[in-house]
Design a protein around this ligand. Structure first.
Ligand code: 6PG
Length: 478
């Protein structure tokens, strides 16, 4: 009988969990996957819930009421196109496809256009929270036609996490905004993860703190200003022992993989001219980590030893520096992500509502944290805030914490522990808050070698100095 309200294609862990979540909220659901064992697993896990499956695409669609609402949770890339192609011959005008994977926003734009020409609605939706979020409440970032969003709003709001009774699902903007916002979420995720990794490195190598002690510290920090999902899971990871009773984390190969969303964030930020050095450095650090063989050879050849001599003058309070430094670094990671979203909203006519995005990032997603309450208040107070670093409600924190961030970076450098992302935060804040940068010299050089002109601080207009070379000509051949 064609009465299914919500369909799901792709019954891997994410798709199955999401559909179980929706069905648990009373919506009648139908699932489809090429793999019969996955269909059976859904039926088993969904026993007693309003769930059915289709053995083929057409049977699946026949079980859905019209106009049909079909979501897919399949790996981003060509598989999304192939699912759409399988669906197309069976769909009618007014039917809706929702892509809940981590698709690149330009793919979403292409698909939206192609489907619109056929009268099929398409929403590009970012879903964060992993398997647990999909099953018990995710953060859901919806992009596309707001009228179409209203149609599936009850289902997606029901499946989302709730914070203070507010659903963590929202229409964030038009076109490909849902996938763009999810991509930036992931860019921030990369930065926060790298900063936590650098903190761990500093504790382990710089302070010679055991993994158990480090786990205790992260646990404690999670009850303070750093309260967040990523700090919470770090404590859990550090406590886990291998079969021999030693920390499992120290047996894991130190090469981080990536599926691309962090790199995409850096690519588009470069294109839009938005500086996001902490996200960029986190992507670079994953890339450097992947060069394991080269790193081992370089370590041998260059023989740069780790200086484990702790600066005793810093005393036991030194770990507090690191906690505070990490807190400010998290602020900077969010600041960079939101500055990119602010520009993208204009460049891509997304009409993003930044406070609404913060609202739905407070629960369910990987970058959820206590800090987002402050950040939300900042955007509510001033929706046009150019950068979080100048938010009134963050001013005192930033002023106070930057010295401790500096101490953290200084300590890492003294201990020879790489701190690319921490360093980028310190320099980002210092540079952004500099009323003078040495870009005047760059302008002069450009004018000398290419007559690119410059502006002056003492008079209006555009200037070129024709006689730079009369001062001194350096012959590079001698
Ligand atoms: C989420 C995550 C998720 C992402 C993984 C792995 O919000 O649930 O961002 O979407 O796929 O974190 O990403 P990488 O493989 O790129 O680390």
């Amino acid at each position: 009988m064609a009465n299914g309200q919500f369909g799901m294609i792709g019954l891997g862990t994410m798709g199955r969990n999401f559909l179980l979540n929706v069905a648990e909220h009373g919506f009648s659901c139908v699932g489809y996957d090429l793999d019969d064992s996955k269909r059976q697993l859904l039926m088993k896990d969904g026993a007693g819930m309003p769930i059915d499956v289709g053995a083929s695409v057409s049977e699946f669609l026949d079980k859905l009421a019209s106009p049909k609402n079909v979501m897919m949770l399949v790996p981003a890339g060509p598989i999304v196109d192939s699912v759409i192609n399988d669906l197309l011959p069976h769909l009618k005008e007014g039917d809706l496809i929702i892509d809940g994977g981590n698709s690149h926003f330009t793919d979403t734009e292409r698909r939206q256009e192609m489907l619109a020409a056929r009268g099929i609605a398409f929403l590009g939706v970012g879903v964060s929270g992993g398997e647990e979020g999909a099953r018990h409440g995710a953060s859901i970032m919806v992009g596309g036609d707001p009228v179409v969003w209203e149609r599936v709003r009850p289902v997606l709001e029901a499946a989302s996490a709730k914070v203070d009774g507010e659903p963590c699902a929202a229409h964030v903007g038009r076109g490909s905004a849902g996938h763009f916002v999810k991509m930036v979420h992931n860019g921030i995720e990369y930065a926060m993860m790298q900063l936590i990794a650098e903190t761990f490195d500093l504790l382990q190598k710089g302070f010679q703190i055991s993994d158990d002690k480090a786990a205790e510290m992260f646990e404690k920090w999670n009850h303070g200003d750093l309260n967040s999902f990523l700090i919470e899971i770090t404590a859990i990871v550090l406590k886990k022992k291998d079969e021999d009773g030693k920390p499992l984390v120290d047996k894991i190969l130190d090469t981080a993989q990536q599926k691309g969303t962090g790199k995409w964030t850096s690519e588009i930020a470069l294109e839009f001219g938005v500086p996001i050095p902490t996200i960029d450095s986190a992507v670079s650090m994953r890339q450097i980590s992947a060069l394991k063989q080269e790193r081992v050879a370089a370590a041998e050849k260059l023989g740069i030893a780790q200086n484990v001599q702790v600066d005793e003058t810093l005393g036991p309070d030194v770990v507090h520096f690191v906690e505070t430094g990490l807190h400010l670094a998290f602020i900077a990671a969010y600041a960079q992500g939101f500055s990119l979203l602010r520009v993208a909203s204009v460049e891509k006519s997304y009409e993003l509502h930044l406070a609404e995005i913060v609202k739905i990032w407070r629960g369910g997603c990987i970058i959820r944290s206590k800090l987002l309450d402050t950040i939300r208040a900042a955007f509510v107070a001033d929706p046009d805030l150019p950068n979080l670093l100048v938010a009134d409600n963050l001013r005192d924190t930033i002023r106070k914490e930057q010295n401790l961030l500096k101490a953290t970076v200084k300590f890492a450098l003294a201990a020879d522990v790489p701190c690319m992302s921490f360093g980028s935060v310190l320099n980002y804040i210092k540079a952004y808050a500099s009323d003078h940068l040495p870009a005047n010299l760059i302008q002069a050089q450009r004018d000398l070698f290419g007559a690119h002109t410059y502006q002056r601080i003492d008079k209006d207009g555009t200037f070129h100095t024709a006689d730079w070379e009369t001062v001194q000509k350096t012959d590079i051949t001698t």
